[in-house]
Ligand binder design. Structure first.
Ligand code: HEM
Length: 223
């Protein structure tokens, strides 16, 4: 069955919810993700401050945006996820708010950790990838306004959001992989501390989102 038709069927199955309920539940979910990330890093590092919280803001952004993008694939392959498709936009936009928070905290509140503009010169590619990704996600957020959807037409709008979203998501992966790669190698060498870096779990999660997209693309291309 073509993906468009299947998507319409899935949407019909979901119980109607008000916009307020969707935003509230997404926000509560984001607090769960943030709490899990914070407890994980506290267990790993033994302390918690704004520097660590900023890592968790970034993690929460990645998880929410990643889930928002993975929902089409998850619904396609696993029927029990079908009713969650209505959270796609909300997950993406709340995730974007965490990404903005991550950027504000990084650039203004942690000068002893990230001295700007020097940090940019040392981490140019990572900075460029993160900034372009943020710009794409912001454009996508503006594009989710009703009159723009009507102007572009549903099909073009969905295609633009999909290509834009995956491009930005891959840029985010490159953004933090460049910053964290040495830490991952170090952890594989020493296995200290016991828990792996959170960013290693993040890159595994992000890779799974991309693999799911490729699987969905292959499956829907055939049907
Ligand atoms: C859509 C935009 C962005 C997303 C989703 C994002 C996401 C991430 C993620 C997932 C990490 C790894 C966190 C961890 O340590 O576990 C990270 C690290 C980092 N990001 Fe971003 N990022 C974005 C944009 C930016 C931008 C524009 C900047 C710079 C102005 C930036 C600066 C940093 C820094 C400095 C780190 C290292 C944090 C640390 O080691 O404590 N990010 N980011």
């Amino acid at each position: 069955m073509p993906f468009e038709k299947r998507h319409a069927e899935i949407a019909k199955k979901t119980k109607p919810k008000t916009g307020k309920q969707l935003w509230f539940r997404t926000f509560v979910f984001s607090v769960f993700v943030f709490t899990f990330g914070s407890l994980y890093l506290f267990s790993r590092r033994g302390n918690f401050d704004l520097y660590i919280a900023n890592k968790v803001f970034a993690t929460t952004a990645l998880v929410l945006i990643g889930l928002s993008m993975a929902l089409s694939g998850l619904c396609f392959f696993w029927d029990f996820v079908d009713t969650k498709i209505i959270y796609r936009k909300h997950l993406g936009l709340v995730g974007l708010l965490y990404a903005i928070l991550h950027v504000i905290v990084t650039t203004t509140l942690l000068p002893h950790k990230f001295a700007f503009p020097e940090w940019i010169y040392i981490h140019k590619p990572s900075f460029i990838f993160g900034t372009i990704a943020l710009a794409i996600f912001l454009i996508m957020a503006i594009m989710s306004r009703r009159h723009i959807i009507n102007q572009l037409g549903g099909k073009t709008w969905r295609a633009l959001l999909s290509y834009g979203g995956y491009t930005a998501f891959i840029l985010v992966m490159a953004h933090f992989a460049l910053l964290k790669y040495n830490g991952w190698i170090g952890w594989f060498r020493t296995r200290e501390p016991f828990l792996p870096p959170l960013s290693l779990l993040e890159i595994i999660f992000a890779t799974a989102v991309i693999i799911l997209r490729i699987a969905l693309w292959k499956k829907t291309r055939k049907s």
